[in-house]
Write a protein of this length. Structure first.
Length: 246
């Protein structure tokens, strides 16, 4: 009994020391702007072409944070369910003042998307993305010529809720996306980030919509105890032409 008691006390002291040495949680609060143009062309009943470009800045239209381009194809199982495959290229700006080298990232993206209308006029979209990512290693403003690999899963649930049946009245747009990642070098941040968006969606022209609103992006960094909390002004323009014969 005495040995068991000594072991328990020693184990408790060891755990307390380890917890005391663990770094405390640090949250970096930031303000950003995110601009995006998204195009989805419906070619026929089964196939479509997708392309988009995004640009994110620090502060309100301040210095560059990153920009990314993507292009791919969509296969429509039916008008509600589609499968997608795309390639993306991303450039991430350096965070150290005076540095100039952008870190490049290559992505191969597959996705499943399902759209439904659970209530009259309400459009609900669920999207699951699987991303293979190769992120360039940068040290002291110089590329090391190597890449670290990770796989990321992203689930997004979004809703478009009209305020009125009149087309000139904007609709409420709400979305949340959770991302988790895996890989040899993903040790402390399996949880990657969560994005919550709320704003207004307006139809500018037939098949062209604009969304303007607020996005809260909460991201865990590689250290595991550092987080970015980005209060973001987001503006997305979406154009979805349909080339099918009437």
């Amino acid at each position: 009994m005495r040995k068991l008691l000594c072991f328990y006390i020693g184990f408790t002291v060891l755990c307390s020391n380890l917890l005391a040495q663990a770094p405390s949680k640090i949250i970096n609060h930031q303000t950003q702007t995110w601009l995006g143009y998204i195009q989805n062309i419906r070619v026929n009943n089964k196939w479509g072409i997708a392309a988009d470009v995004h640009y994110r800045t620090n502060e309100i239209m301040g210095s560059t944070n990153f920009f990314i381009i993507r292009g791919g194809v969509n296969y429509f199982v039916n008008n509600q369910l589609s499968l997608g495959l795309a390639y993306g290229r991303m450039w991430v700006a350096p965070t150290v003042k005076g540095f100039h080298t952008y870190a490049k990232e290559n992505r191969i993206i597959s996705q499943v998307q399902f759209t439904s209308e659970p209530y009259k006029g309400v459009k609900l979209t669920q999207r699951l993305r699987d991303e293979f990512r190769w992120q360039e290693n940068i040290a002291k403003d110089t590329s090391l010529g190597s890449y670290r690999f990770s796989q990321r899963f992203r689930y997004q649930l979004s809703a478009i809720i009209p305020f009125s049946s009149k087309k000139n009245i904007p609709s409420l747009s709400v979305a949340d996306e959770l991302s988790v990642q895996f890989g040899k070098e993903i040790v402390n941040n399996t949880f990657d980030q969560n994005r919550f968006f709320i704003g207004l969606r307006e139809t500018l022209f037939p098949r062209m919509n604009v969304e303007l609103g607020y996005m809260l992006l909460y991201q865990q960094k590689a250290s595991g105890y550092q987080y970015d909390e980005n209060n973001t002004l987001r503006l997305f323009v979406t154009y979805s032409p349909d080339l099918r014969k009437k």
